[in-house]
Design a protein around this ligand. Structure first.
Ligand code: 3BY
Ligand code: FES
Ligand code: FE
Length: 367
C-alpha cells in the first residue's frame, strides 16, 4: 500500500545546496533525493545501474557527483551516468543513468511515490502550497534531526498521531502550549478561535480549515496557541529569536499540516517542525523529526538546539511509549477492538484511507 501513495520524505531545507542528498528508506527500499546544480530536486533509486550496489550509504550528505562505492560508476546530480571504466565499445552511458522516482515539491515539502503511476496530487499541492508558501522553506535550515525508532507497527504510530484523546493526560507539556486544540472534533471553532481569525485575517494568514478532501488525503489548520505561547516550545517562549516567513512579531498561533499516510508538520513564527514516519519492519517504525529555523539564525545566539527540540522530543517519547504498549496489547489473543471516542474521528479517516488504498493496490496486483 505504501508503495502506491505519495509519501512525505523531507523538506527542501534538508537538501539546501546543490549536491546535498537525503536518503529516504522504506523497509528494503532506499531512495536518494538530491539537489542538482540547476537547483532542481530529483529522486532516484539508491541502486547502481551496474550490479545494483547501494550508492549513498549515509543518511544525509553532500557530494559533487554520486559515485558507487563498488566499482566507481559515477553519476551526475541529475542521475546521468558520467563514468564507467572498461566497458565494451557498444556500451552507451546514456542508457544507464540512475532510475528516477516520482517526486513532487509541495511548497517545500518533498513527497515521493515509488509507483510508476502515482495518484493525482494537484489538489493536495494547491491546498498546501496556498497555506505554507508564506513560510518560505527554501530560506530555512535544518538544525536538529532526530531519528527515533519506535517499537510498534507504523499504523499504530499514525493512529496515535491522528487523535488527541490521549493528550490531556499523556502530554502535559504539549497541552500547556497547544491547549486542547479541538483536534478531531467536527466543529473546533469557538469564540476564542473566531476572535483570533479576525487577527489572522489582518495578517493575511487566515485560511479555512481543510480536512481530508478528495480521498482523505490532507488536513491543514491554523491553531490558536494556549496560555500566551508564541511557539511550540516547553515554556511557550520563542525558541529562535529570528522569526520566519511573514512574521515580524511573535504570533500566538501555529499552522499544522497532516498528510496521509505518513506525516505531520507544525509551522510556528520562529521555527518549523516536520515528522515523517516509515516502517522498518512489522514491529519497528522510524519517526524522523526535523526542526528548521531561519537560515541566518545563529546557534547559541538566536537558538539553543536542545531547547528548540525539547517539547516535541518529549512528546515523541510519550507517544513512542503509547504506541509500544498499544502494539503489545493488541498482540494478545484476547484483544477485542473497542469503539472510537468522538475525538478519534481522524483515526477512522486514517483507517478508511489505509483500507481503500490497500484494496486498490491489491486490485492492481491481481489484475
Ligand atoms: O499535533 C499533532 O501532530 C498530533 C495531533 C494532536 C496531537 N498530536 C500529537
Ligand atoms: Fe556500482 Fe559496480 S555495482 S559500480
Ligand atoms: Fe500524542
Amino acid at each position: 500500500m505504501l508503495k502506491s501513495v505519495w509519501l512525505y520524505a523531507c523538506t527542501v531545507a534538508h537538501i539546501k545546496n546543490p549536491g546535498d542528498y537525503f536518503v529516504f528508506e522504506l523497509a528494503d527500499n532506499s531512495i536518494i533525493i538530491v539537489r542538482g546544480r540547476d537547483n532542481e530536486v530529483r529522486a532516484f533509486w539508491n541502486s547502481c545501474r551496474h550490479r545494483g550496489a547501494k550508492i549513498c550509504l549515509e543518511q544525509r550528505g553532500r557530494a559533487p557527483r554520486l559515485m558507487c562505492p563498488y566499482h566507481q560508476w559515477t553519476y551526475g546530480l541529475d542521475g546521468q551516468l558520467l563514468a564507467a571504466r572498461s566497458m565494451a565499445e557498444d556500451f552507451d552511458k546514456a542508457d544507464h543513468g540512475l532510475s528516477p522516482v516520482a517526486l513532487e515539491n509541495v511548497g517545500g515539502l518533498i513527497f515521493i511515490c515509488l509507483n510508476d503511476n502515482p495518484p493525482p496530487i494537484d489538489r493536495v499541492k494547491a491546498d498546501i502550497v496556498d497555506q505554507i508558501a508564506m513560510y518560505d522553506l527554501e530560506k530555512l535550515k535544518v538544525v536538529v534531526q532526530d531519528n527515533y525508532v519506535e517499537d510498534a507497527n507504523w499504523k499504530l504510530v499514525m493512529e496515535n498521531n491522528r487523535e488527541c484523546y490521549h493528550c490531556d493526560v499523556g502530554h502535559p507539556e504539549l497541552i500547556s502550549v497547544l491547549g486542547t486544540t479541538g483536534f478531531g472534533k467536527d466543529a473546533p471553532a469557538d469564540d476564542y478561535l473566531e476572535g483570533k481569525r479576525a487577527e489572522w485575517q489582518s495578517l493575511g494568514i487566515d485560511r479555512d480549515l481543510i480536512e481530508f478532501p478528495d480521498g482523505w488525503w490532507h488536513r491543514v489548520a491554523r491553531l490558536a496557541l494556549a496560555n500566551g505561547a508564541v511557539t511550540q516550545s516547553i515554556d511557550g517562549k520563542l525558541a529562535c529569536q529570528k522569526l520566519i516567513g511573514p512574521f515580524t512579531q511573535p504570533e500566538t498561533s501555529s499552522l499544522s499540516v497532516w498528510t496521509q499516510p505518513n506525516s505531520w508538520h507544525h509551522f510556528c513564527c520562529d521555527h518549523v517542525v516536520t515528522f515523517s514516519l516509515t516502517p522498518i519492519g512489522p514491529d519497528k517504525t522510524m519517526l524522523r523529526t526535523s526542526w528548521l529555523v531561519h537560515e541566518d539564525a545563529v546557534e547559541g545566539v538566536d537558538y539553543d538546539p536542545d531547547n528548540l527540540a525539547a517539547l516535541w522530543r518529549k512528546t515523541n517519547q510519550q507517544d513512542g511509549h503509547f504506541s509500544a504498549i498499544n502494539h503489545r496489547g493488541i498482540a494478545n489473543d484476547g484483544y477485542v477492538q473497542g469503539p472510537y471516542a468522538l475525538e478519534e474521528k481522524l483515526v477512522d479517516d486514517f483507517k478508511a484511507f489505509y483500507v481503500s488504498r490497500a484494496k486498490a493496490a491489491l486490485a492492481q496486483v491481481q489484475s
